[in-house]
Design a protein around this ligand. Structure first.
Ligand code: GTP
Ligand code: MG
Length: 208
């Protein structure tokens, strides 16, 4: 399916406050989702970093408050590609103060807004629970900003076959998106990895 091979991943820097500078000028693909949705696990699985992790799988959720940039070198059908994989802070963690809970918005939205090097966003949604209020707000923001968006339905391994079909159909309906934009994903089994890499490759190649 996908021929994109990840050759190298290096941490490139972080943005810790709204309006903070990006570490460089490569094209970017950002990963967004609520806290505990499985974002670090997905990034590690996607990049093939199962032994030495790139993104930290946290024991204490809601801790990452920075936007982290990883410089990725990969080889696709059309040759070498280079980009920043951008790990956005998880939002919507309930067990922190309201102030802290709402602090993600200016940081994340400031980064996403007016960023000509941003090729697209992979928005993670928990396959079992569907989109939360915060997820729907984020999706509305992405749509209004006309940012190309793919959806990864995480933890799909936790659903049985009939439940899985029902949840996917329901989530596609609630997000009002093309089913083609929606990729069921499991960091446990690796399901969806090839499909997501293929989608990333198309995004990278289309704009090179
Ligand atoms: P924060 O950074 O804390 O906001 O969370 P996160 O979105 O990065 O989630 P993380 O990858 O840390 O995973 C949260 C929990 O879900 C961990 O206990 C993971 O082991 C579990 N998990 C993540 N992805 C999967 C998956 O695909 N399948 C299953 N069964 N569990 C998963
Ligand atoms: Mg994380």
């Amino acid at each position: 399916m996908s021929s994109l091979r990840i050759d190298e991943v290096v941490f490139a820097g972080a943005i810790g406050r709204p309006g903070g500078p990006r570490p460089g000028t490569l094209p970017q693909v950002a990963f967004s989702g609520r806290s505990n949705v499985g974002k670090s696990s997905l990034i590690n699985r996607l990049l093939g970093r199962t032994r030495s992790h790139v993104a930290r799988v946290s024991a204490t959720p809601g801790k990452t408050r920075e936007i982290n940039f990883f410089h990725v070198r990969a080889t696709g059908e059309a040759g070498a590609v280079e980009f920043y994989l951008v790990d956005l802070p998880g939002y919507g963690y309930a067990r922190v103060s309201k102030e802290l809970r709402d602090s993600w918005r200016p940081l994340i939205e400031g980064y996403l807004r007016d960023n000509p090097e941003l090729l697209g966003v992979v928005q993670l949604i928990d396959a079992r629970h569907g989109p939360t209020k915060d997820d729907l707000q984020m999706v509305a923001f992405l749509e209004a900003a006309a940012i190309p968006t793919l959806f990864a339905l995480t933890k799909i391994d936790k659903l049985g076959n009939s439940e899985r079909r029902r949840q996917i159909a329901e989530i596609v309906g609630r997000l009002e998106v093309d089913p083609e934009q929606v990729i069921p994903f499991s960091s446990k089994t690796g399901e969806g990895r090839e499909e997501l890499l293929g989608a990333l490759e198309s995004l990278l190649v289309a704009t090179h």
